[in-house]
Design a protein around this ligand. Structure first.
Ligand code: BG6
Length: 459
């Protein structure tokens, strides 16, 4: 319950507005933040504290739309929360902005009566990471207070780099400035409780455990479909594209959870090491070059911030086969895109021959198992008879965390368990594979699809 100050770099951005401030408010409402906390939003545009609070309020209200809270109470609690938020205007390049921040944090600490823990969150375009990290170091903001009190930590968003070389450079810079236990590389998919629970169910469910191997499993299929387009974040998205935006991180982390063969031991220091090991299996994976697909939705080129003749993909499809280790011969299919008919995130396991599974009370012969992660959460069994059965999520979940998604990101950043954050090794292993995939996929022409397309119609 030690006082903490969050500093959000990129506080006027899309992510901050839609996810970060609502999550911090969510934690505040659930009383999961320390009693004394402050939030400093750091960005380029000029705002008074008051104007900044007005700017972020709609995002919070929007996120709270579904809550059953009494309106007056909700308004009052948002107002109390916003009182803890202030704005620091500065450029990411100029050291004077960071000196200004030191003074601001000093004032906050005086007010709090202690050197608060500082959690810096880089929620800005990753192309600024190097600049911001160097300036954090130059201004000594990475260090504790002179008496040794007040921890410092860094939350940093994906994608870390745009390829292996640039990722290594950022990781090296991070390790110069912080110890690994201070670095919280965010992949908010790992912070989705349902996703984490479902994709690691084979660790815990005895029936699944017995079929979770290469003798039984033929293929894993992952899909991340979004209705939303790149509107509103064209400049960022255009430099990244679907593979780097969600493939390198969210989807490969999903796969890593599924490929891990046993849960980490309670006393494992590195509870997430199993994911890096799984991702390393992809280094030599055989990419099915004949079935690659990259596509762009019609109208993408008109998005603000997108280059005139941009060849950036907003959809991709990739199939590959694992060539080493316990999963040698396993096929994996990945597909993701924006501007599609529906939003849905799923992971399917296809069995070589139907397997007997008891998940709904009675034993069934199952051909395929689909984990539905978004928008609805359930497991779907495709039976050998052709029928389908739903296993509701409530049957599976044992809530470990009251917080979910970005709430969990912040909540866990206050503790010492980095299980739900990405390690240096995971980042680098995933880029080894993604660099190869991008090199291959670039060789094929980009096709155009209509907004609202069915993924399967993109051929
Ligand atoms: C982000 C990507 O990491 O994940 C976005 O940058 C994408 O492009 C988002 O829309 C999807 O997250 P969620 O939680 O809405 O599935």
């Amino acid at each position: 319950n030690y006082p903490v100050t969050f500093v959000i770099f990129g506080a006027t951005g899309d992510l901050s507005e839609k996810k970060l401030f609502p999550a911090l408010f969510g934690l505040y409402k659930k009383k999961l933040l320390p009693q004394h906390f402050k939030i400093v939003g750091f960005a380029r545009r000029p705002f008074t504290d008051e104007a900044f609070r007005e700017l972020i309020k709609p995002g919070i209200l929007n996120a709270e739309k579904k809550s059953n809270d009494e309106q007056d109470e909700l308004q009052a609690s948002i107002t109390q929360f916003l009182e803890k938020v202030t704005y620091h205007q500065g450029t990411f390049e100029e050291i004077k902005s960071y000196i200004g921040l030191i003074n601001r944090l000093g004032d906050i600490d005086k007010e709090l009566g202690a050197c608060s823990h500082k959690i810096f969150h880089l929620a800005l375009s990753p192309f600024y990471y190097e600049t911001v990290l160097k300036n954090l170091e130059a201004s000594a903001l990475n260090l504790s207070c002179t008496d040794g009190s007040g921890l410092t930590r860094l939350l940093i968003e994906k994608p870390i780099g745009t390829d292996l070389v640039s990722a290594k450079k950022i990781n090296a810079l991070l390790s110069d400035i912080f110890k690994e236990e201070q670095i919280f590389r965010v992949d908010h998919y790992l912070a989705k409780n349902a996703l984490y629970r479902l994709l690691t169910l084979h660790f815990f469910d005895p029936a699944l455990r017995t079929v979770w191997n290469l003798e039984q499993i033929e293929e894993i299929q992952l899909s991340l479909y979004e209705q939303a387009t790149a509107e509103g974040r064209g400049a960022f998205y255009d430099k990244v594209g679907a593979i780097r935006d969600v493939g390198q991180n969210h989807m490969l982390e999903m796969l890593a959870l599924m490929l891990a063969d046993k849960p980490p031991e309670e006393n494992d220091r590195e509870k997430r090491a199993y994911r890096a090991q799984a991702l390393k299996l992809l280094e030599s994976a055989q990419i099915d070059t004949k079935n690659l697909k990259r596509a762009q939705y019609e109208g993408y080129l008109k998005t603000e911030g997108v280059a005139e003749h941009s060849q950036t993909e907003t959809f991709f499809r990739a199939n590959f086969e694992i060539e080493q280790g316990a999963w040698r011969g396993l096929r994996v299919a990945m597909e993701a895109g924006k501007g599609l008919k529906e939003s849905a995130v799923t992971a399917s396991v296809i069995f070589k021959k139907p397997v007997s599974l008891t998940m709904n009370g009675s034993s069934e012969e199952v051909k395929m198992l689909t984990f539905h992660i978004q928008p609805d959460i359930f497991i779907e069994l495709t039976l050998s008879s052709g029928g389908k059965e739903k296993v509701p999520y409530e049957k599976i979940e044992q809530l470990r965390h009251a917080a979910d998604n970005y709430e969990l990101v912040y909540f866990e950043s206050l503790g010492d368990n980095q299980e739900r954050f990405v390690s240096k090794d995971e980042v680098e292993a995933s880029w080894v594979f993604i660099d190869r995939l991008i090199a291959e996929i670039k060789k094929i022409p980009l096709v155009v699809y209509e907004i609202g397309s069915e993924p399967s119609s993109i051929a």
